[in-house]
Design a protein around this ligand. Structure first.
Ligand code: XUL
Length: 526
């Protein structure tokens, strides 16, 4: 027997698919379709539209619609047994919003398989573009909503995060203020995740608690729309939002459009989608408090499961709903791999050379420190970027290489304190995780073993696992998460790096100096 599930991931630059065979415990098919390359007529660059204003970042939702047809065409052509799929779920880039008019509900219900999805849905948008997570044009609206909700701490306690420019509430507020007539004509507002789920299910889909928490609109503890946040955001907003749902909610059967056009099993279940980060949580097997992941990509993220909800009083970290029904925490550091690369380039090194210098220098760097904010930083919030060296000679290449890595890892430790979760195991993913000396510094700073996990499409895999979980729950079968992910989320054998007790002791002191330096510089930036 083989039970097949499909997970999709609608990200900034691409739409990906993973099909898993739950019984054979393996991925049987995976593919990815790049928006710029496959759909060049939308003229996107890395999935986003050219911008007049550097702070404004939008994408065309019709491109995501067309991508869905292109992806199913590919799956069918590749011989993926779509007729055997038992359930489909997905994940979307978080925070982005899609504005639909009153034609959308009927168009979704009556998708005509003789026409493309694009033709079916082209007339359904109240706003032709969707602001996405890279947009940072809503500082004023963030301040307004934060003030109405009682300040940073109160906003974080209420919605799971302080207001952030990319979060959906501030984005909706800006739209309602600037284009009140178009806002009024907007019948429903979807997230990227709920919009894509709506197409697959053939009806307006709910928003799950994972992605709903990225809006500054959901009561993070009660998991319902928060009346005060809705009021602080825009008029009549409640009527424009779909319901909230558990992350395993079954919307219904897959729309007949996909069955007739691509041969998808008509009995296949269409599940609610979630955000890419909540989906990655299960896609990496982070099912216990204390097992966390660090993704060493363009920006660095540090995330893990949380059993009970606590929020960050300083407002730098986020709390979202987890696919398991628990919570998850997430920190997003902007100065990640690119910042490290810029230091490497400053000293004309390659990664081998950089790593050798890390190995040739000592933990604690003789007291030398760097604040690595080459770009504006999110954690901590730094609007005016700049590289700051403290007791660090800028001619000393080795000390500078060590300083940036130590700074990045100490920032993870310092700013994750509010999570009140002692890490017992950290899984490293992303491009940077192949550098063992970097993982050693992470292990020493965090006093915790670090192993590498090689799952490049953790969000799509997580979505496929969520489809399996939702299907098992719906059909009354055992649906324990640990059993569902078994075999899919194993770390790379032999990649574990253990903390060195001497180095740990050094960092326990060094981090106090780092915290002081951070405070001192932040005070000058106020
Ligand atoms: C999380 C965030 C990003 C997007 C990327 O808060 O903004 O990780 O989800 O797709």
């Amino acid at each position: 027997m083989s039970r097949l599930f499909l997970g999709l991931d609608s990200s900034t630059q691409s739409l990906s698919a993973i099909v898993i065979d739950l019984d054979a415990r393996r991925v049987v098919y995976e593919t990815s379709l790049n928006f710029d390359k496959t759909l060049p007529h939308y003229k996107t660059h890395n999935g986003t539209l050219p911008k007049g204003d550097a702070l404004v970042v939008h994408s065309p939702p019709l491109m995501w619609v067309e991508a869905l047809d292109a992806l199913f065409t590919q799956l069918k052509a590749a011989g993926v047994p779509l007729g055997e799929l038992l359930a489909i779920s997905g994940s979307g880039q978080q925070h982005g919003s899609v504005y639909l008019n009153r034609r959308a509900a009927a168009a979704l219900k009556n998708l005509n398989p003789a026409r493309s999805l694009k033709d079916n849905l082209a007339g359904c948008f109240a706003r032709p573009t969707a602001p996405i997570w890279m947009d940072s044009s809503t500082a004023i609206e963030c301040a307004e909503i934060r003030r109405a909700l009682g300040g940073v701490k109160k906003t974080a306690q209420t919605t799971g995060s302080d207001t952030f420019e990319r979060f959906t509430g501030p984005q909706i507020r800006k739209f309602a203020k600037r284009e009140p007539a178009t806002y009024k004509q907007t019948d429903s507002i979807a997230l990227v995740s709920s919009f894509m789920a709506s197409i697959l299910a053939g009806k307006l889909a709910p928003i799950d608690h994972g992605d709903g928490a990225g809006m500054n609109l959901m009561d993070i503890r009660k998991k319902v729309w928060h009346a005060g946040a809705l009021k602080a955001t825009a008029p009549d907003l409640r009527q424009k939002l779909p319901a909230l749902a558990e992350p395993w909610h079954v919307i219904g059967k897959v729309s007949p459009y996909f069955c007739r056009r691509y041969g998808v099993n008509p009995a296949a279940l269409a599940l609610v989608w979630s955000g890419d980060n909540p989906s990655s949580l299960v896609g990496l097997g982070l099912l216990e408090e204390g097992t966390l992941a660090v993704s060493l990509g363009t920006s660095y993220t540090y995330f893990g499961l949380l059993k009970r909800c606590h929020t960050d009083d300083l407002g730098t970290g986020h709390v979202f709903g987890a696919p398991t029904g628990d919570y998850m925490t997430l920190l997003c550091f902007k100065n990640g791999a690119l910042a490290r690369e810029r230091i490497r380039d400053m000293y004309s090194l390659d990664w081998d050379g950089f790593n050798k210098l890390l190995e040739a220098t000592k933990p604690g760097n003789g007291g030398a420190l760097m604040l690595p904010w080459l770009d504006p930083e999110i954690v901590p919030r730094v609007g005016r970027p700049g590289l700051r060296r403290i007791k660090l000679d800028d001619h000393d290449a080795a000390a500078n290489c060590r300083a940036i890595v130590e700074a990045q890892m100490m920032a993870v430790r310092l700013h994750s304190d509010w999570m009140k979760v002692k890490p017992r195991k950290i899984l490293a993913t992303g491009g940077g995780s192949v550098n063992r000396p970097v993982l050693q510094i992470l292990a020493d700073v965090m006093n915790c073993p670090v192993a590498r996990i090689e799952i490049s499409k953790s969000a799509a895999l997580g979505a496929a696992l969520r489809a399996a979980h939702g299907y098992l729950k719906q059909t009354g079968k055992p649906a324990q998460w640990r059993a569902i992910v078994a075999g899919f989320t194993d770390p790379v054998p032999g990649s574990e790096v253990k903390p060195n007790p001497k180095a740990v002791a050094v960092y326990n002191k060094h981090i106090r100096q780092y915290a002081k330096a951070e405070q001192a510089v932040l005070a000058t930036l106020k």
